[in-house]
Design a protein around this ligand. Structure first.
Ligand SMILES: NC(=O)c1ccc[n+]([C@@H]2O[C@H](COP(=O)([O-])OP(=O)(O)OC[C@H]3O[C@@H](n4cnc5c(N)ncnc54)[C@H](OP(=O)(O)O)[C@@H]3O)[C@@H](O)[C@H]2O)c1
Length: 514
C-alpha cells in the first residue's frame, strides 16, 4: 500500500489517470442486488473502458440465488445497458464480461463459504491473481456482522497484510443509531484493521464534493473569507423531488435525519467548515473533518424544538400530477411519525465559525432535485451604494452545486451600464459540463478505484461515523419522547413546512431556493 501514489500525490501532480491497480479479485456480496445492477457493475465497466482496472481482475457476484456465470454476465450487461454513463461497446464488453463470475453464497451460513473459497482459488489461479481481494458488502446492514465473522472463520482475511491485501467495503447505513453503529463497527474491527475498511458514502465520490477542498484550498480568494468575520451564514440543502417510492420498508424506519443528515449532509458540512489540513494524507484530512463533527454544538432536550423542524409531506403535486401524502404511500403505516423533511439550525463552536449559523435542510417531495451549499457573506457597510435603506445590496453568495448541473457560482454586485449608478446582482457561473465537456465519472467509479489503490481519503472513518451519530442521537431521542406532538406537514411539491421558514426567518435570514 505504501508505494502506491496517494490521492494527495495524484492531486498534486494534476494526474487524472492513475496507474492501474495491482491484480485483484472483487467479491460482491449482494452481487445480484439492485446496487450491483444499477451502480457497481456499470461503474466497473466504465473503469474497464477507461483502462483503469488492473489487467488481471476477477469480479465475483455472490448472493443466495442460483445463477450460472453466463446468467450473471447477462444480468450485468442488462445493468450496464440501462445505467452506464456510456453506451455498451461490444468489444469492450466482451473483454469485461470474461472477468465476471457468480457463486451462490448464503452470507449467514458458514458452510456456503467453502464453495466460494474453492471457486475463488480456481478463478484466481486461471487469471493469475495472487490473492489481493476486496470484499464488497452490498447487502442489508444486518448481514454486515455475519459476513465478516464468517470471512474470518473461513480464513478469507489476512488481518493487516499488505501483500496480498484484503479490503472491505461497507455500504451505508452503518447502523440505525449510535449503539447499532458501534456494534457493526466492533464486529468489523474484530476482523479487519481500520485501514482495511472502506465505509462508502457515495456523496463523497462526486466530483463537486471533491472540488470543495480544491475550491477552498487551491484558491487564495475564498479561504481568507471562510470564517465568522466574513460569512453571515451557510446553507446546505439536499432536496429530492421523488417521494418514498419503493423504499418505504427501509425509509419508514429511518427518516430524513438518519437517511440524509447523519451521513451526506454532515459530511458536506465537514468539508465546508474544516480547517486547512497540513497535508492531503487521508488521515490528516479525516482528522480535520472529525474535528468539525466534534465541534458541533449539541442540540438536545428543549433546544431540539427551537433548532430542528421535522415534517411529513401531505398530498400535493409533482410537476402538475397529483401525488399522495407520505402516510398514504404503499408500505407506510397510516399513523407513521417518520419525518420526510428536516431543517436544522446548527452551530460549530470553534474559533473560525463562532456564531455563524449553518442551516441544514433536506426532504422528499420538494419542488426539485438539488444539492447545494451556499456560503452567504456579510453585507458591506451601509455607507456608499447602500447608504439609505432604499438601496440595499445583495450580499455576495458563493453557491456550490453538488447536483444536478454541477458547478459553482459567485453572486456579485455590478453597475448597470448608463449614466446613473444603478447596481444589479450578477453571477459568475462555472458549469462542469460546459467547461470540462466529457461526462464526469460516477461517484462509484472513483470510489471503487480508490479502494483498489488503497486510498481511504474519501471514505468514512469509524470515529467520524460515530461522532455523527453522537450528534444526531439527542434529536432522535427528543422526537422519540414526543409521542403525542403533531408532526407538521407540507404539501408535496412545496419547499417544506411553514415552521422551516420560521426557523430561519426568526434570525433575519431566508432560505435560498436552489
Ligand atoms: N440500491 C441502492 O441504490 C443503494 C444505495 C446506497 C446504499 N445501498 C445499500 O446497499 C446495500 C444493498 O442494497 P440493494 O439495494 O442492492 O439491496 P437488494 O436489491 O435487496 O440486494 C440485496 C442483495 O443481497 C443478497 N442477499 C440478501 N440476503 C442474503 C444472504 N443472507 N446471503 C447472501 N446474499 C444475500 C440478495 O440476493 P439473494 O436474495 O439472491 O440472496 C441481493 O443480491 C444495502 O446496505 C443498502 O442500504 C443501496
Amino acid at each position: 500500500m505504501a508505494d502506491r501514489p496517494s490521492l494527495a500525490d495524484r492531486l498534486a501532480a494534476g494526474e487524472t489517470h492513475p496507474a492501474p491497480p495491482e491484480p485483484l479479485t472483487i467479491v460482491i456480496f449482494g452481487g445480484a442486488g439492485d446496487l450491483a445492477h444499477r451502480k457497481l457493475l456499470p461503474a466497473l465497466y466504465n473503469l474497464h473502458v477507461d483502462a483503469l482496472l488492473p489487467a488481471r481482475i476477477a469480479i465475483v457476484g455472490a448472493s443466495r440465488g442460483e445463477m450460472s456465470d453466463a446468467a450473471y454476465r447477462a444480468f450485468a450487461k442488462d445493468g450496464v445497458s440501462q445505467f452506464s454513463r456510456r453506451p455498451i461497446d461490444e468489444d469492450a464488453w466482451s473483454a469485461f464480461a470474461e472477468a465476471l463470475f457468480y457463486v451462490p453464497v448464503a452470507i449467514d451460513n458458514e458452510q456456503s463459504y467453502a464453495a466460494l473459497g474453492s471457486r475463488l482459488d480456481v478463478v484466481e489461479h486461471e487469471r493469475g491473481i495472487a490473492g489481493n481481494r476486496i470484499y464488497y458488502l452490498a447487502v442489508p446492514p444486518a448481514l454486515f456482522a455475519p459476513a465478516v465473522s464468517n470471512l474470518a472463520r473461513r480464513r478469507f482475511v489476512n488481518r493487516g497484510s499488505e501483500r496480498p491485501f484484503a479490503r472491505l467495503i461497507v455500504e451505508k447505513p452503518i447502523g440505525n443509531d449510535l449503539d447499532s453503529a458501534r456494534a457493526i463497527n466492533d464486529a468489523i474491527a474484530a476482523v479487519f484493521d481500520e485501514r482495511q475498511i472502506f465505509r462508502i458514502d457515495h456523496y463523497l465520490g462526486k466530483e463537486t464534493v471533491q472540488n470543495i477542498l480544491v475550491l477552498r484550498f487551491a484558491n487564495s480568494i475564498f479561504e481568507p473569507l471562510f470564517n465568522h468575520r466574513h460569512v453571515d451564514h451557510v446553507q446546505i440543502v439536499v432536496a429530492e423531488e421523488e417521494g418514498v417510492g419503493t423504499r418505504a420498508g427501509y425509509y419508514d424506519r429511518a427518516g430524513a435525519l438518519r437517511d440524509m443528515v447523519q451521513n451526506h449532509i454532515l459530511q458536506l458540512l465537514t468539508l465546508v467548515a474544516m480547517e486547512p489540513p497540513r497535508s492531503l494524507d487521508s488521515d490528516v484530512i479525516r482528522d480535520e473533518k472529525l474535528d468539525v463533527l466534534q465541534s458541533l454544538r449539541p442540540i438536545a432536550g428543549g433546544d431540539v424544538d427551537a433548532s430542528v423542524v421535522r415534517a411529513q409531506y401531505a398530498a400535493g403535486f409533482d410537476a402538475g400530477t397529483p401525488v399522495p401524502g407520505y402516510r398514504e404511500e404503499k408500505g407506510v403505516a397510516r399513523d407513521s411519525r417518520t419525518e420526510t423533511f428536516v431543517a436544522i439550525k446548527a452551530f460549530i463552536d470553534n474559533w473560525r465559525w463562532a456564531g455563524v449559523p449553518f442551516f441544514l435542510r433536506t426532504g422528499k417531495r420538494l419542488p426539485k432535485r438539488a444539492s447545494e451549499i451556499t456560503v452567504r457573506l456579510k453585507e458591506v457597510p451601509h455607507i456608499l451604494f447602500n447608504a439609505n435603506s432604499g438601496s440595499r445590496l445583495d450580499p455576495n453568495v458563493l453557491s456550490i452545486r453538488i447536483q444536478p448541473d454541477e458547478g459553482f457560482a459567485l453572486g456579485i454586485s455590478s453597475k448597470v451600464p448608463g449614466p446613473r449608478v444603478s447596481i444589479y446582482p450578477v453571477r459568475m457561473d462555472f458549469h462542469y459540463g460546459s467547461t470540462f465537456g466529457a461526462s464526469s465519472p460516477e461517484a462509484y467509479e472513483r470510489l471503487l478505484l480508490d479502494v483498489m489503490v488503497g486510498d481511504s481519503t474519501l471514505f468514512m472513518r469509524r470515529d467520524s461515523v460515530e461522532a455523527a451519530w453522537r450528534w444526531v442521537m439527542p434529536i432522535l431521542d427528543r422526537w422519540a419522547s414526543q409521542t403525542a406532538e403533531p408532526i407538521p406537514t407540507y404539501a408535496a411539491g412545496d419547499w417544506g413546512p411553514r415552521e422551516a421558514g420560521r426557523l430561519i426567518e426568526s434570525t433575519g435570514r431566508r432560505w435560498r431556493e436552489p
